[in-house]
Design a protein around this ligand. Sequence first.
Ligand code: FAD
Ligand code: 2HG
Ligand code: ZN
Length: 478
Amino acid sequence: CGPTTSGGIYEGQSSANKACEVQKRTFGSAATHIQRNPAYSELNSDDVSYFKSVLGENGVVQDEDRVMSCKCRLDGRLAVVPQGGNTGLVGGSVPVYDEVIVGLAGMDKIISFDNVNGILTSEAGCVLENLSKLVENEGFIMPLDLGAKGSCHIGGNISTNAGGLRFIRYGSLHGSVLGLEVVLADGTILDMLTTLRKDNTGYDLKHLFIGSEGSLGVVTKISVLTPAKLPSTNVAFLSCNDYKSCQKLLLAARRSLGEILSAFEFMDHHCIDLAMRHVEGVHNPLPASPYKFYVLIETTGSDESYDKTKLEAFLLRSMEDGLVADGVIAQDISQATNFWQIREGISEASVKVGAVYKYDLSIPVEKLYDIVEEMRCRLGDSAEVLGYGHLGDGNLHLNIVSSKYDDNTLGRIEPFVYEWTSAQRGSISAEHGLGLMKAEKIHYSKSPEAVQLMASIKKLLDPNSILNPYKVLPQSVL
Ligand code: FAD
Ligand code: 2HG
Ligand code: ZN
């Protein structure tokens, strides 16, 4: 880490077994199948002195309890794990053995905000929610939003190419990120921190680092294009009797709401039941509801009365057509917040009730719910199967909640879930990345040739494989 890096270094547990135990509890079986690579150096006191000379005494954390609270940890070959807000769901931000954590939380400065063009430039450790507040005060919004906004960093979002709740409207971060500064494995500071909308001079290298989960470089600075904040937002919470209706409703919303559609999220009734029990302060806006599915639709536009009329007319028509069973439009900000809290609370609520096997799948919309039903058949009463997600993006979150992690349950879920997704030509990671948990599963979604090319790029940029080892790519290709 060069002089521009004012983040922190956390020394990993000296006992590999202890680290592995934590991994096993947190990330299931993935960590237990990987051997420590003996080519990596072990951290010694010279390394620690060096880090302190660069980062100061407070920049280096060795105390075991503080390291563990990060949920976990450049002589020749010390392996490192870049860590943002540590909210990732695939174990990408935590060390597997004794890797050193490069924590970005200290790099939280705003560099500039261009309020003519809506371009934000900041350090990578800024928390997403803080950036949202900042740009909103200037009349803009961040192009992404997600349930972990209070903790995740913009650098982490970019490194995972996070999707989230605004993807349907503003698309992927590959479109919104204008520039990056990245520190490479050999310490080179790669300045790609442009703020230009258009720049076709050669290969657009920043895209290699968007979504590469800290395996190719450490993102230290970012510039992002922020859309204008529009004055009128409406949120509706609807119920449907069957999945087919949700699917038809999506098509109808695209056609009728068109340019003002800004979110289309769905959840099955198992999710609603869970949210009512475990998300603090929410209530079901459709109380007497025997419904199977729920949909949250948000519109954002520039004309309050036109937008509302349009949404009301759309709902009326959808009810007449039998697509929507019941529904409400939020009348004020507190109702809208309640609707969003239900949806955003499902992920955290699921981990409160048991061991959760999490899958994040891209599947053609017409098939998307089939895997949820298949899983219910396979697992019977032994687990609760939740289906929800970003329906507008064809992204299902399949969460399987069981009383404990065990090989028997896992064996009934995997490899079936991956084989099934692959057979639909879907993706086994729509938006969360591969991290530690899914690195060995990449072949379900990528061809051997594509994986080989990824490995060649990794070797070119990080020949000693010190950046985020055991993550993203299978060990066999490195
Ligand atoms: P971390 O968890 O710290 O790291 C994630 C990965 O990025 C790791 O591989 C890490 O090594 C790497 N990394 C982090 N910072 C850097 C950096 N500066 N340079 C290089 N590599 C880096 N994800 C979605 O896509 N959509 C959602 O809707 C969504 N909702 C969520 C809701 C909840 C409640 C939770 C807990 C998670 C959710 N996530 C979602 C997953 C997670 O929040 C995102 O992946 C987020 O982008 C991770 O950011 P982070 O700063 O926490 O990164
Ligand atoms: C969401 O959309 C997140 O709520 C989390 O991506 C999904 O926990 C999950 O599986
Ligand atoms: Zn999601």
